[in-house]
Design a protein around this ligand. Sequence first.
Ligand code: ZN
Length: 198
Amino acid sequence: MALYSGHINKLIEELAALPGIGSKSAQRLAFHLINMPKDRVKRLTDAILDARENVRYCKECYTLTDSDVCPVCANRNRNHKMIMVVENTRDLAAYEKTGRYEGVYHVLHGAISPMLGIGPGDIRLKELIERLKGDVEEVIIATNSSLEGETTAMYISKMIKPTGIRVTRIASGVPVGGDLEYIDEVTLLRALEGRIEM
Ligand code: ZN
């Protein structure tokens, strides 16, 4: 690494710390950035800072959004008595892309993972319980089919059952360990339509 200037090394280091970027990609990106016109680099850094500073959590469902309440929660035509619980904003986007889900969402921002030391208190579960005090008829658990996703689904189901609110889980058929965002829309819709009681 001493082959490069300190500035380049720093840039490579920062890029390599991003998810999915190995040291080779980090080097390739770093040299690409250095060769880019300065105004384009500025547009990129401005976009990053802008997003970081202006994106916030929706007050109702906790997805990432530009306003206090996200467009889904703000839409009175959506069924607010049906809440789909997803692990992250990308999963929400995957279901929104199908254009067929009429309820609202709740974004946990993670899943319970004893192995990684992530407990129920580390994701947005308290907020979900709070929402259930309102008029809710069904909670659809759409966490991933990974070990963490299943653990979280079981936990939520046990938590909600005593309230009498209907709890369902999207059907399997979603590949195990598969992130929802990579699954095609037809599979997502089939999983939603074939959801089972928990
Ligand atoms: Zn929202």
